[in-house]
Write a protein that binds this ligand. Structure first.
Ligand SMILES: Nc1ncnc2c1ncn2[C@@H]1O[C@H](COP(=O)(O)OP(=O)(O)OP(=O)(O)O)[C@@H](O)[C@H]1O
Length: 157
């Protein structure tokens, strides 16, 4: 029987402290596959300060902004475009709450519950909307292919 859930794309970033730890990285990759996501695009890159500033522009006034900028640019991140039915909500559920203590307490089997180190180093990022801001780091190559995939998956909603 066909699922009623929409097929979506979502942006998943595995943050620098995850990429530095091969065991944790493999565990998170396994969770992504076990949850039924398909990986549409992947790229490992060091996010530049300019990219991070534009990506987290909404947080510019927050007390943790400088810490977040320094951390996100501190080493390679793995950037993935994932697809699944209802991918945005599904990935956010798999990640768990933003704050690591909350994740450890309320959702201990989520990625952040298991592998988050602090509210900043909380292992992963996920999109909050279907028209997520696509970082330049993933747009640069094959962006025309990506747009076709995005269009195709979004129109299947
Ligand atoms: N109170 C905080 N202290 C330190 N860092 C924080 C705090 N709140 C959020 N952050 C950092 O800023 C990022 C963006 O925060 P946001 O509130 O948009 O959470 P989110 O939507 O769960 O996270 P993300 O955008 O990474 O999916 C978080 O992932 C985290 O790294």
């Amino acid at each position: 029987m066909k699922s009623k859930q929409p097929l979506q794309l979502t942006l998943a970033i595995l943050k620098p402290h995850v990429v530095k730890s091969p065991f944790v990285l493999q565990k998170i990759r396994d969770l992504i596959i076990d949850e039924g996501f398909k990986v549409v695009r992947s790229r490992r890159t060091i996010i530049t300060p300019m990219e991070a500033e534009s990506f987290y522009a909404d947080h510019k006034e927050k007390f943790f902004y400088n810490r977040l900028m320094t951390f996100m640019c501190s080493g390679p991140s793995d950037i993935h475009i994932l697809t699944a039915h209802d991918a945005i909500a599904k990935w956010r559920t798999l990640m768990g709450p933003t704050k690591v203590y909350q994740a450890q307490f309320h959702a201990p089997h989520t990625i952040r519950g298991m592998y988050g180190l602090s509210d900043t180093r909380n292992a992963t990022h996920g999109s909050v909307a279907s028209c997520f801001r696509l970082p330049r780091i993933i747009k640069t190559r094959n962006s025309h292919i990506f747009q076709r995939i995005q269009h195709r998956t979004l129109v299947q909603k």
